[in-house]
Design a protein around this ligand. Structure first.
Ligand code: GDP
Ligand code: IMO
Ligand code: MG
Length: 431
């Protein structure tokens, strides 16, 4: 891969592909790391030796002392962001942060409503992270949201008296009187927002100036293509676009500036929350993946559902994102499972297809058609860098080649463990 000025890194499955880890490795060679969508539903883990960092809103480049930017497409819970800033400061990490003045804020109303809506859905619930993501994006689109710029210009006690859509739904649909008076809420909420104002500015203008002076910019996606509001397994999705195109709308940077996309894919599939999952394994192999891979949600601690790699879904996600390059993570977790199965086609009502259906109902009727591949017994986890790519077990190299053949994308990185050091960069691929 030729070094380009910008790189968008996105998840290709249902999130938790290892974006935090891969962005951390890549960000060494970039000047600025930018989040462009999602909010504190994200949980991105970075492990460096005996230190573990879990990021919710803060771009992971912060651990390398990079400039970090939170774009307008992100929905920001000020309480969570302040906690992250405090934790980083006490860990001795310097923070050079810009938050878009156009980013929407998650208020306590929206968090409460997320919870109430989930409870009201009963067994139809989506299994959201209950961080107020859906209601905040809904209020944004309904044009009753509250943004950082409202606080910069001091005009806006108005947003509370406007009866935000979330607040009126809590009261009128769910019949619950909101606990605090508007004034109390406004005081505590706005005092938190005010603490963040020194970081607030025009994100698009800033990034444009940095592009003009030659800075390298890395865009860090959250969630994954199959959770995308338009292209994912609707309605079992999040409320933002998570595909690479959102890096433009979510920052105010023209798509002309964005020239390279790297997609991250686990060597198997996981999903938190409800929704169709054709290759899910409710057996010992699935349990083994869950235990070996420590598949428990970073944000909610919920066990992640596990299953075989789905190449129908992966090809779809690669097309949506325009990924020329892939990073395959967690290959170590499959060690010792033999044979390995990989889904290459779906059988839906007797018809074989390689198209990803729009309807979640249809997807839940899909029976995976599998190819079997030979597994590998062990990956030597000690100093994989010195071992090199060509020293990986030949069965694993076959597995990776198979992914490349079916998808037509090139694997640029292979992750063989959670630590920053457990990462192989494929030779001759320059990121
Ligand atoms: P993200 O949301 O895409 O950033 O992923 P998460 O951080 O939520 O979840 C990925 C989990 O897998 C984290 O606990 C990582 O530390 C861990 N991880 C990442 N890459 C690897 C890998 O190659 N092998 C193993 N065993 N764990 C990994
Ligand atoms: P990262 O960035 C995995 C899932 C939730 C739920 C659905 C909607 O760490 O990969 P939401 O709270 O967004 O309204 O929930 O989306 N979800 C994620 N699953 N990783 C994530 O983020 C997720 N963010 C949201 O579990 O099914
Ligand atoms: Mg995560």
């Amino acid at each position: 891969m030729n070094s380009s000025q910008s790189l968008i890194v996105v998840g290709l499955q249902w999130g938790d592909e290892g974006k935090g880890k891969i962005v951390d490795v890549l960000s060494e060679k970039f000047d600025i790391v930018v989040r462009f969508q999602g909010g504190s539903n994200a949980g991105h883990t970075v492990i460096i030796g005996d230190k573990t960092y879990k990021f919710r809103i803060m771009p992971t480049g912060v651990v390398r002392g990079k400039k970090v930017v939170i774009g307008n497409g992100v929905v920001v819970d000020p309480v969570v962001l302040l906690e992250e800033i405090e934790a980083l400061k006490s860990a001795g990490i310097d923070i050079d942060l810009l938050i878009s003045d156009r980013a929407h804020l998650i208020t306590p109303y929206q968090i409460q409503l997320d919870d109430l809506m989930e409870t009201a859905k009963g067994n139809q619930k989506l299994g959201t992270t209950k961080r107020g993501i859906g209601p905040t994006y809904s209020d944004k689109v309904s044009r009753v949201g509250v943004r950082f710029c409202d606080f910069v210009h001091h005009k806006s006690k108005q947003w509370l008296t406007l009866e935000s859509s979330s607040k009126s739904q809590i009261e009128k649909i769910h019949g619950i009187k909101v606990e605090n008076s508007d004034a109390t809420l406004f005081d505590s909420f706005s005092s938190n927002v005010r603490k963040l104002l020194p970081y607030v500015g025009d994100c698009g203008e800033y990034l444009e100036s940095k592009f003009n002076t030659g800075s390298r910019v890395l865009f860090e996606g959250a969630q994954g293509a199959l959770l995308d509001i338009d292209h994912g397994t609707y309605p079992f999705v999040t409320s933002s676009n998570c595909v690479s195109a959102a890096a433009s709308t979510g920052t105010g940077v023209s798509f002309n500036r964005l020239n390279s996309v790297l997609g991250i894919c686990k060597a198997y599939m996981t999903r938190v929350g409800t929704g169709p999952f054709p290759t899910e394994l409710n057996d010992e192999v699935g349990k083994r993946m869950q235990n070996q891979g420590r598949e428990f949600g970073t944000v909610t601690g919920r066990p992640r559902r596990c299953g075989w790699l789905d190449l129908v879904a992966l090809k779809y996600a690669i097309r949506l994102n325009g990924c020329r390059y892939l990073a395959i993570t967690k290959v170590d977790v499959l060690s010792g499972i033999n044979p390995l199965k990989v889904c290459v086609e779906y059988d839906i009502d007797g018809i074989e297809t390689r198209s990803y259906p729009a309807s979640a109902e249809l997807l839940s009727d899909a029976t995976p058609v599998y190819d079997k591949l030979e597994g590998w017994s062990e990956i030597n986890m000690i100093s994989p860098k010195s071992k090199g790519f060509s020293n990986l077990p030949h069965q694993l190299r076959n597995y990776l080649n198979f992914i490349e053949e079916i998808t037509g994308s090139q694997i640029a990185m292979v992750s063989v463990g959670p630590d920053r050091a457990d990462t192989l960069l494929v030779p001759d691929v320059q990121i």
